[in-house]
Ligand binder design. Structure first.
Ligand SMILES: [Fe+2]
Ligand SMILES: [Fe+2]
Length: 139
């Protein structure tokens, strides 16, 4: 296991913490895939990227729904970061269509990106909306 959920990661909103825990699960899953030197790396990698795409759709729309609902002041900047994440996942998807791809390397690159994202975005950006969300009665 690479990451463990900690109290300090909480944004103090149950629904969103549950979704962030799901991201930790996916990061750990990818870590296991790499560590076990899984034989079918391409297949596993494709599955994880598919899960991430699904995840980003429902998770970002959850956060953005509340931004609009509560008139959150950092809405624009925050959504720009969600869009950048989506583009990055698209890039990883493109690698999947290349049969000569170095799968161990891109799996590792993806893991690296997700881990950075987790700390930079969840801790750096997501936690900033706690005050607004809580003030509007969302916990
Ligand atoms: Fe988030
Ligand atoms: Fe976010």
């Amino acid at each position: 296991m690479l990451l463990n959920w900690k109290k300090e990661y909480s944004v103090n909103v149950k629904e969103i913490d549950a979704q962030h825990k799901k991201l930790i699960e996916m990061i750990n899953e990818l870590y296991e895939i790499i560590n076990n030197k899984n034989e079918n790396l391409q297949k596993e990698f494709t599955r994880v990227v598919g899960e991430l795409e699904e995840y980003k759709n429902y998770h970002f729309s959850t956060e953005e729904k509340y931004f609009h609902q509560f008139n959150y002041e950092n809405t624009e900047d925050h959504i720009a970061k969600h869009i950048a994440f989506g583009k990055k996942i698209e890039e990883f998807k493109e690698h999947l269509s290349n049969p000569n791809e170095n799968y161990p390397q891109i799996c590792f690159d993806l893991l690296d990106y997700l881990e950075d994202w987790f700390f930079a975005h969840l801790i750096g950006d997501d936690k900033k909306y706690t005050k607004t969300f809580n003030e509007n009665g969302l916990f």
